[in-house]
Design a protein around this ligand. Structure first.
Ligand code: 5GP
Ligand code: ZN
Length: 113
């Protein structure tokens, strides 16, 4: 294992996941505890701990991830969906590797809890 990060282990295949999409930059896989009929996560393969570490050096990766989300949702037939990023403990980030939740298939409330 390259470090003690759960999502790095999933990216490296050391921990299995139900993959939705993969390319050289990112991996999408279904959340183990889905909060909606469709709930997958998209992570960069590079370890970035959270959204606070997005800079001019790596923001192209984030743009790429949003393109991937649009493509995967199109392929899954999801026309309406919510993209969530939890950054930091108070926001509920439990895995300290940047990831975007994509939730679809049910009515969503606003504001979120
Ligand atoms: P966070 O709370 O950090 O925003 O989101 C972490 C997400 O990772 C949670 O929704 C949680 O269910 C998911 N998760 C935690 N461990 C695993 C795992 O081993 N496999 C998968 N597929 N998802 C996981
Ligand atoms: Zn990591």
């Amino acid at each position: 294992m390259r470090n003690d990060c759960l999502f790095c282990a999933i990216v490296d295949g050391d921990i299995p996941s139900n993959k939705v999409y993969e390319d050289e930059l990112c991996l999408a896989f279904y959340d183990i505890e889905p909060q909606a009929p469709v709930h997958f996560l998209v992570v960069p393969k590079e370890h970035i701990c959270c959204a606070r570490k997005i800079t001019g050096e790596n923001s192209a990766l984030v743009a790429h991830i949003f393109e991937v989300i649009a493509k995967v949702c199109e392929d899954l037939g999801c026309e309406s969906y919510r993209i969530v990023n939890n950054c930091g403990d108070q926001a509920g980030q439990t895995v300290k590797h940047l990831h975007f939740h994509v939730l679809s298939g049910r009515d969503m409330t606003w504001p979120p809890g």
